[in-house]
Design a protein around this ligand. Structure first.
Ligand code: GLP
Length: 263
C-alpha cells in the first residue's frame, strides 16, 4: 500500500487523476470504478481539467458505481445514480449508456446484484476503482463486519452512516435504511484501487485501515491485501497515522520514473 499525504483537496485530486489516467491509458477496454461522496469531487474536477487540456480522453471509457440506496429511482436527485450523472457522466462527458449504477428499484434486488456483477465481468473488470472511506471504516456501503470476500448485495446501513448522509436529504426526509453495494471481494477484484480521505472525521478510520489489523471491523483494512492500492490523504485525515514521517520519506525518495505524483 502506498500512502501519499497531500497538501489539500486540490493536490489530492490532481495526483489521483494523473494516476487514474495513466492506468486507463494502458487498458484496451478502460473501465473506471467511481464513488459518490464529497471526497472524490476534486478528483473528478482534476480529470475534467486533464481532458480540457487535451492530456486525457475519457470519452470511450465505461464506469461502474459502487453503491445505491434501495428505493430511490435514478431520477430522484438524492439517488447515487443522479449524483454520478452530475459529478461524473456530465462533467467528464461519458456516454450515459456506459455508466452503470446498481438499480435500487429493481423488483428482484438479488437478481439485480448478480446482474451487476455479471456486467462488471462482461466489461472486462474494473481497471481502477476510486474509493472514499466512511467514518466507521466502510468502503462503498460495506459496513463493519461485512465479509471481506463479499459480492454485490443488499446491506442494512449503520445508524452512523445514515446520520452522516442525512446532509444530502431534507431535515424531514429519512435516509433509506438499505442499500445495494459492491462487496469487498468485488472491490478487491479491481486491478488498481485509489482510496481518498479528507478531514479529521476520517482520521481514526484511515489509521485503522492503513496501520491497524486487517479486520471486518474496519472494512477498508482489506486494502492491505491489494497489490496496487494507493491511499491519498490530506493532513487532517492523516493526523492519526503513526508512520506519517515514513510516508513523506517514501514520497520524497521514489526511484526515478516511479513517482506516482509526477506521472
Ligand atoms: C457514503 C458512500 C461511500 C463514501 C462515503 C464517504 O457512505 N457510500 O462510498 O466513501 O459516503 O463520503 P464522503 O466522501 O462524503 O465523506
Amino acid at each position: 500500500m502506498e500512502v501519499i499525504i497531500c497538501r489539500d483537496a486540490a493536490e489530492m485530486g490532481q495526483i489521483a487523476a494523473r494516476h487514474i489516467v495513466s492506468v486507463l491509458r494502458a487498458s484496451a477496454r478502460p473501465v473506471l470504478g467511481v464513488a459518490t461522496g464529497s471526497t472524490p469531487l476534486s478528483t473528478y474536477a482534476a480529470l475534467a481539467e486533464l481532458q480540457a487540456a487535451g492530456r486525457a480522453d475519457l470519452s470511450g471509457i465505461s464506469a461502474f458505481a459502487l453503491d445505491e440506496y434501495v428505493g430511490l429511482p435514478a431520477d430522484d436527485e438524492r439517488s447515487y445514480a443522479a449524483t454520478i450523472r452530475h459529478t461524473v457522466t456530465e462533467q467528464l462527458g461519458l456516454d450515459p449508456d456506459h455508466v452503470h449504477v446498481p438499480d435500487g428499484t429493481a423488483t428482484d434486488l438479488v437478481a439485480g446484484c448478480q446482474a451487476y456483477e455479471d456486467a462488471i465481468a462482461a466489461a472486462g473488470g474494473v481497471d481502477v476503482q476510486i474509493l472514499g472511506i466512511g467514518a466507521n471504516g466502510h468502503i462503498g456501503f460495506n459496513e463493519p463486519t461485512s465479509s471481506l470476500s463479499s459480492r454485490t448485495r443488499i446491506k442494512t446501513l449503520a445508524p452512523r452512516t445514515r446520520a452522516d448522509n442525512q446532509r444530502f436529504f431534507a431535515a424531514d426526509e429519512t435516509v433509506p435504511t438499505h442499500c445495494l453495494t459492491q462487496g469487498l471481494g468485488t472491490i478487491m477484484d479491481a486491478r488498481h484501487l485509489v482510496l481518498l480521505a479528507s478531514g479529521t472525521a476520517k482520521a481514526e478510520a484511515l489509521a485503522a485501515a492503513v496501520e491497524g489489523p486487517v479486520s471486518a471491523m474496519c472494512p477498508a483494512s482489506v486494502l492491505q491485501f491489494h497489490r496496487h492500492a494507493l491511499v491519498l490523504a490530506d493532513e487532517d485525515a492523516a493526523s492519526a497515522l503513526k508512520l506519517s514521517d515514513y510516508y513523506r520519506h517514501v514520497r520524497d525518495n521514489q526511484p526515478q520514473g516511479m513517482r506516482i505524483d509526477t506521472l
